[in-house]
Design a protein around this ligand. Structure first.
Ligand SMILES: Nc1ccn([C@H]2C[C@H](O)[C@@H](COP(=O)(O)OP(=O)(O)OP(=O)(O)O)O2)c(=O)n1
Length: 166
């Protein structure tokens, strides 16, 4: 089982399996990737090209390249594990997703966003916004799960006349 996970992580062409079975490798960390990418950029004197807005454009361009791999396929609703994808297609996807990650990490660095911590904080926020017991099996927006009006609000009506409660 663990051998399967390692070979999947190392070989972008390997079968993906079901989501529950798949894990990333424990390393490198996001900080390792940030540092290696920063070294790659510095060694080439490319820092002058990596202003936040240019990195954002590069990131969006690479997201477009990921989309290209999915568009017009006969199986547009590709299932987890991407059954039916050839090894070369899987390898291309791994490359494009990596481009997205590298530009995202560069952008976060240039914007001084500590991305791993920010992502954990965002997960906390998501948990609070989407209580598992209420959001289970539902795709509705978090505003749907927010607490309803208090008794006082129900009695007195909305405090801001411009924004009636629904
Ligand atoms: N100024 C640059 C140029 C490239 N890269 C790095 C980040 C990406 O991982 C990759 C992007 O390289 P390309 O622009 O050559 O794009 P692709 O790798 O997607 O090649 P192609 O457009 O042929 O698919 O190289 C970078 O950090 N900064």
């Amino acid at each position: 089982q663990s051998h399967l996970k390692i070979s999947e992580a190392e070989d972008p062409g390997a079968e993906g399996g079901t989501p529950g079975e798949f894990t990333f490798s424990a390393d490198p960390s996001l900080e390792d990737i940030r540092r290696l990418q920063a070294e790659f950029v510095a060694e080439r004197g490319w820092g002058r090209f990596h202003q936040p807005r240019k990195l954002l454009l590069a990131l969006v361009g690479e997201v477009g390249e990921v989309a290209e791999l999915f568009q017009w396929r006969a199986d547009p609703e590709a299932r987890a594990g991407l059954p039916g994808w050839a090894p070369g297609e899987r390898a291309a996807l791994a490359e494009e997703l990596s481009d997205v990650l590298l530009y995202l990490v560069s952008l976060a660095q240039q914007c001084r966003v500590d991305l791993p911590r920010a992502a954990l904080r965002k997960l906390d926020q998501n948990r609070a916004r989407y209580p598992a017991d209420r959001a289970h099996g539902s795709a509705r927006k978090y505003t749907h799960y927010q607490a309803g009006p208090t008794d006082a609000q129900r009695r007195d009506g909305p405090t801001d006349p411009c924004c009636p409660q629904d």
